[in-house]
Ligand binder design. Structure first.
Ligand SMILES: [Zn+2]
Ligand SMILES: [Zn+2]
Length: 349
């Protein structure tokens, strides 16, 4: 089969690799019908992770069950399915306590992240082996398109998790840092909690336009200090809740500065840095709450699916490019370089 292989910094290639096969009776082989390139794929693509052998990349996918192990009960050949990005067993302490992204059995593995992610093959490919399929796979109703279901496995669930962790109350002013794919999903999700306003902070004009189309107030970080702009919009107090969906220190520092006393900062940006400065004295004096982490996407797939089904939210609006898998190299380039006004690039094997 064909798969996107990451060979090193800036070097992705579409290559022929062996087809995956069932290894355990609880495995399923999924024929992938749609996958996506994620912002977190850019960490290894930028060489921001420890060196690794070439590995197949990607963790956002939907597809059709091609073959199911003999102990699989929840899905059968021909079912359309979506899976979370993290590989989880369903029976360890953390999986049983609604923290499947912390799975002890798989050592909190992620599809398509090389050795660091546990060595699981990636989803930018024609087929993928999904272990613990009864727990991992959620069936997609026939009325939903691939594109509607795709982001439940990661970025829409992540955006919802970020907004939920913010503890948004009706009437709040929420500031979202980042109008990339996760940022836009976070903005959409934030609106579901009844805020008076969602401010969207970014420095890329075409991305701010997208936020505006979602009903957000754009805050152009290239024009003036976004923290000052947010204070000016909130009687000098700061936002009630700040949501950080970038994954760079500067964005988190701004999210901390831009929240009002007693407010909550919720962060879902992926950090590869071990440490950075945290204004602990300021956070103490201003009674701040910081929540962060890797989304337990598995918990959100089934509950959020009806919101998309009923048209309450439409994550497909972030898709700017649908490319054949063979064009993945171009997909990485335009996504990484923000060429052609790219937001979300999806791949069709
Ligand atoms: Zn992702
Ligand atoms: Zn587990």
């Amino acid at each position: 089969m064909k798969a996107v292989m990451l060979h090193g910094k800036g070097d992705v290639r579409v290559e022929n690799v062996p087809d995956p096969t069932l290894q355990e009776a609880t495995d399923v082989i999924v024929r992938i019908t749609t996958s996506a390139i994620c912002g977190s794929d850019l960490h290894p693509f930028h060489g921001r992770m420890p060196p690794d052998d070439p590995f197949s990349i990607g963790h956002e996918f939907v597809g059709v069950v091609e073959e199911a192990g003999k102990e699989v009960r929840a899905v059968k050949r021909g079912d359309r399915v979506v899976a979370p990005f993290s590989v989880s067993c369903g029976f360890c302490y953390f999986c049983r306590n609604r923290l499947p992204a912390q799975c002890e059995t798989t050592n909190h593995a992620v599809f398509g992240m090389g050795r660091r992610g546990g060595g699981w093959a990636g989803a930018q490919a024609q087929y993928i082996r999904v272990p613990f399929a009864d727990f991992m796979l959620e069936r997609i109703p026939s009325e939903l398109t691939d594109e509607q279901a795709l982001f439940l496995g990661d970025i829409f669930s992540t955006g919802y998790f970020c907004a939920e962790n913010g503890g948004i109350r009706p009437g709040d002013t929420v500031a979202v840092f980042g109008s990339g794919p996760v940022g836009l999903c976070t903005q959409m999700a934030a609106h579901l909690f009844g805020p008076a306003r969602v401010l969207a902070v970014d420095y890329v004009p075409y991305r701010l336009e997208r936020s505006k189309a979602l009903g957000c107030v754009p805050v152009d970080a290239s024009a003036a200090d976004p923290v000052e702009q947010i204070r000016a919009l909130t009687h000098g107090r700061g936002a009630d809740v700040t949501l950080e969906a970038v994954g760079h220190e500067a964005a988190l520092q701004m999210a901390i500065k831009a929240v009002r006393p007693g407010g909550t900062i919720s962060s879902v940006g992926v950090y590869v840095e071990k440490t950075f400065d945290f204004p602990i004295g300021d956070a103490f004096l201003r009674d701040l709450t910081l929540k962060m982490g890797k989304c337990n996407a598995k918990n959100y797939i089934a509950p959020l699916m009806p919101l998309i089904h009923q048209g309450k939210v439409d994550p497909t609006v972030i898709i700017t490019h649908t490319l054949p898998l063979d064009d993945a190299v171009r997909g990485y380039r335009i996504f990484d370089q923000k060429e052609e006004q790219a937001i979300k690039v999806i791949l069709k094997p």
